[in-house]
Design a protein around this ligand. Structure first.
Ligand SMILES: *Cc1c(COP(=O)(O)O)cnc(C)c1O
Length: 433
């Protein structure tokens, strides 16, 4: 484990977290390179090396920086981006173009142009109108591009409603109504500008149960069969998305990748034999599961309010600006006083942020040791959807991020300055006093 307690102090990947807080300031995101590398290795050992013709595209939206692109490239994964900004970050990190895939329900002309110019590996297309946009861009540039269709399999996964994406009432993907999906497939097969590689689905996030993946897979396989029968066209690829859950608290029961992937691969293999096709190349898109547990956030404790008989609020110097997930979907976290990590936990408190919102709470009813102003508080499992969802609400600067590995730490994102926050702001002539 990357987290250990030594001399009553929390260590993360060999680094004294209290020292990190002192050296880099708080709030501070800390990412363990060892933990990220371990997860990538699990993906290789239990999927990429176990099954031929497979790829894993790390979903950049979970945590993306230039350095993260380098780790992902070195560890042999591809990269799944969902915006021009993420794509730009990958390009700036010299990420191999053919290993980039581009998802998203509303890609702009400019974003698609960037993708076509860089000749990325795949665009995951969300509908026929997007296909037409891609075709016109490719025609103009004299280029072609590989595409898949993201389908809406119409299955409801067992997770918070905001992170369920595969049900029919969804802004993502192409609904499987005959009059929608078939013309789209036909157009993609006929198009001289795109190579139609196949289908993609992504059923939701933070899942501990493989049921919705398996149901969605059945629907995708049916579509592959129909495409073969109707158009005599065998789609060479199948993308089964991400969504593999992690442990935030003891209520979670994380499963290994194999729990999701082995039964899916068996289904795909059997199906391919049955309809006598080469098994499609299978792609997964893990995001959260690669980085969530590899991250923690360090805060400094400030004001403490003990409202007698009601609740004790312990405020820290960050909050919903660096971790929106508790406010957005009641996400639960655990934490610890990093500078007195072994002290008996005699208190129950609410760890809250410093933003002007009552919902700015990081942990409700946390069992902690008695906290004092100046203590360093660590919130665990913040590596996914923390930094990438961070905001400047209340003009709080974005925290710094350090990468730690076996006792060494390196800054990979500088703390944002006040000047940086107002850099794009302009006072027009009419307002100069
Ligand atoms: C968010 C997303 C993922 C990654 O999901 P995780 O739950 O973080 O693994 C994969 N594919 C698509 C299309 C996504 O939108």
């Amino acid at each position: 484990m990357e987290k250990i307690i030594k001399n009553n102090t929390l260590y993360f990947d060999g680094c004294d977290t209290v020292e990190l807080a002192k050296r880099y300031g708080t709030p501070l995101y800390v990412m363990s390179e060892t933990a990220i590398v371990e997860k990538c290795k699990e993906v290789r050992d239990t999927f990429l090396n176990k099954y031929e013709r497979t790829r894993a595209a790390y979903a950049a939206k979970a945590f993306l920086t230039l350095s993260m692109c380098k780790i992902i490239e070195r560890e042999g994964l591809c990269l799944d981006v969902v915006s021009g900004g993420e794509l730009y970050t990958a390009i700036k990190a010299n990420f191999p173009a053919e290993k980039i895939e581009f998802n998203g329900n509303n890609k702009s002309q400019g974003e698609i142009e960037l993708a076509v110019d860089y000749q990325i590996g795949r665009i995951i297309v969300d509908g026929l109108d997007e296909l037409k946009l891609i075709e016109s861009i490719c025609e103009e540039k004299g280029k072609t591009i590989n595409i898949l269709y993201r389908i809406t399999p119409g299955v409801k996964s067992d997770s918070h409603d905001y992170i369920v994406t595969g049900k029919k009432d969804s802004k993502f993907g192409i609904p499987l109504d005959d009059e929608v999906i078939y013309p789209a497939i036909e157009q993609a097969i006929k198009s001289p500008y795109v190579n139609f590689m196949g289908f993609h689905f992504h059923v939701g996030s933070q899942l501990h149960n493989n049921e919705s993946h398996l149901k969605a897979l059945d629907i995708a396989l049916k579509l592959i069969r129909e495409t073969k029968e109707k158009y005599n066209y065998v789609t060479p690829e199948l993308n089964i998305g991400g969504g593999f859950g992690v442990n935030y608290t003891e209520e979670d029961s994380k499963k290994p990748y194999a729990y999701f992937l082995d039964p899916m691969m068996e289904k795909i293999n059997n199906f391919s034999k049955e309809i006598n096709i080469t098994r499609p190349e299978v792609v997964i898109e893990p995001g959260r599961s690669i980085v969530a547990e590899a991250g923690l956030t360090l805060y400094t404790v400030g004001t403490i309010k003990d409202i007698k008989g009601i609740r004790k609020y312990v405020s820290v110097d960050g909050g919903m600006t660096d971790n929106i997930r508790p406010a957005l979907y009641q996400a639960k976290y655990e934490g610890l006083a990093a500078n007195k990590a072994n002290d008996t936990k005699t208190d129950v408190v609410t760890i809250c942020g410093k933003c002007c919102e009552s919902g700015d709470i990081l942990i409700r009813d946390a069992k902690v040791t008695e906290l004092k102003r100046g203590d360093i508080f660590a919130v665990f499992t913040t590596g996914a959807y923390g930094y990438t969802m961070a905001s400047n609400y209340n003009k709080n600067p974005l925290p710094a991020t350090v990468l730690v590995k076996e006792g060494k730490s390196e800054l990979i994102v500088k703390r944002q300055s006040y000047d940086h926050m107002i850099e794009n702001e302009i006072i027009p002539e009419s307002l100069s006093l």
